[in-house]
Design a protein around this ligand. Structure first.
Ligand code: C2O
Length: 355
């Protein structure tokens, strides 16, 4: 059976936890954060608008000044809502808490008390984040009255994008976050492999490209290898889960690389509960999402389609840009163009990086 959307009325305000490695064992740590969304019993199925023109997500290192200005203004408005109306589900903290709620355990699966809902480490990973960004982007657009607004993507799979995008490294900007690894500010080169230990930038770049090739091509023999393992109603996510190659690879690599080692749990980017508090999270995930669209088109000997009704019918709840609580299904997000956006082209040199 499919994963059902959470029941917001049963979200546990003290239920957020995380795990931390102590010595050689994992320890569960209770988090001092209430990441439950505001509750309303008015909810319904989401109806996708008909998009006549696609919003184009630009690569962050090429972001046009006009689009950067819009983005900063929209982010500033989203942050403002935290102060003027903390219960507005479109505020920045509320948006960040969505990630915590779906990943740190305050929701149990409907019909399975005591079994956490967790969208990572499985095939719900890509679709959940696609929907999450979709609404985040629409809300930003709404806040500045511009429905064409599109998030930029952090093009870390391309040498030109292998450092923190300038737009996010400006302390006077609404896109800045203090809680990042200070040694990894520009012009440091990203390390997509978790702690490769490589320090030479040229070597890092070629290591990154080789890693991209592995996770996009040579380590993938089935759709599930890439998308993540099956996850069905009642499955205990702590017992089985294995994320796809991309989720475990470059995706986690960037989280760990940006997270602040001065903080206990590597907040912000280094922990699920706090990752969404860094605006760069959404730019990072736009590229993760772009990797899904690119993988889809790489010729392969296996089927890219997961023909499984549990997968397609799994669903989530989000607040849309008008504050309506809506239910969305995985099947409705499998084609990103139906969600009204596309990615500006950037070449993928890793495709030639067969080791
Ligand atoms: Cu929901 Cu990058 O994690």
């Amino acid at each position: 059976l499919p994963i059902l959307p959470p029941d917001l009325s049963t979200c546990d305000p003290t239920g957020a936890t995380t795990t931390r490695r102590v010595g050689d064992k994992q320890e569960v740590v209770k988090l001092d954060v209430n990441c439950c969304p505001p509750f309303t019993d008015k909810q319904g199925d989401y109806k996708l608008p008909v998009f006549t023109k696609l919003r184009r997500r630009q690569s962050a290192h090429r972001l046009s000044p006009a689009n950067l200005a819009k983005y900063k203004k929209a982010m500033a408005k989203m942050r403002e809502l935290d102060v003027t109306d903390p219960d507005d589900p479109r505020g920045f903290t509320q948006q960040a808490n969505i990630h915590c709620a779906y990943c740190n355990g305050p929701y149990d699966q409907v019909g399975h008390p005591g079994v956490d809902l967790q969208v990572h480490n499985s095939w719900t990973f890509f679709p959940f984040h696609r929907w999450y960004l979709y609404f985040y982007e629409r809300i930003l657009g709404e806040l500045i009255g511009d429905p064409t607004f599109a998030l930029p993507y952090w093009n870390w799979d391309n040498p030109r994008g292998m450092s923190m995008p300038m737009a996010f490294d400006d302390p006077s900007s609404s896109l800045y976050d203090e809680d990042r690894n200070q040694a990894h500010r520009r012009p440091a080169v990203v390390d997509l492999a978790l702690n490769s230990g490589i320090t030479d930038p040229v070597q890092l770049i070629s290591n990154n490209l080789a890693l991209m090739y592995k996770e996009m091509v040579s380590d993938v023999e089935t759709a599930v290898d890439f998308l993540g393992t099956e996850y069905r109603a009642g499955d205990d996510p702590h017992a089985f889960a294995l994320g796809g190659t991309s989720e475990r690879g470059s995706h986690t690599g960037i989280h760990a690389w940006v997270g602040d080692p001065r903080n206990d749990l590597k907040e912000d980017m280094g922990n699920f509960y706090s990752a969404g508090r860094d605006p760069i999270f959404y730019c990072h995930h736009a590229n993760v999402d772009r990797m899904w669209t690119i993988w889809d088109k790489i010729p392969a000997s296996y089927s890219k389609k997961v023909d499984d009704d549990d997968f397609k019918n799994s669903s989530f709840m989000f607040y849309d840009e008008k504050k309506n609580l809506v239910r969305v299904k995985i099947s409705d997000c499998l084609d990103h163009r139906k969600l009204g956006y596309e990615y500006e082209y950037s070449d993928t040199p890793w495709i030639n990086s067969r080791p």
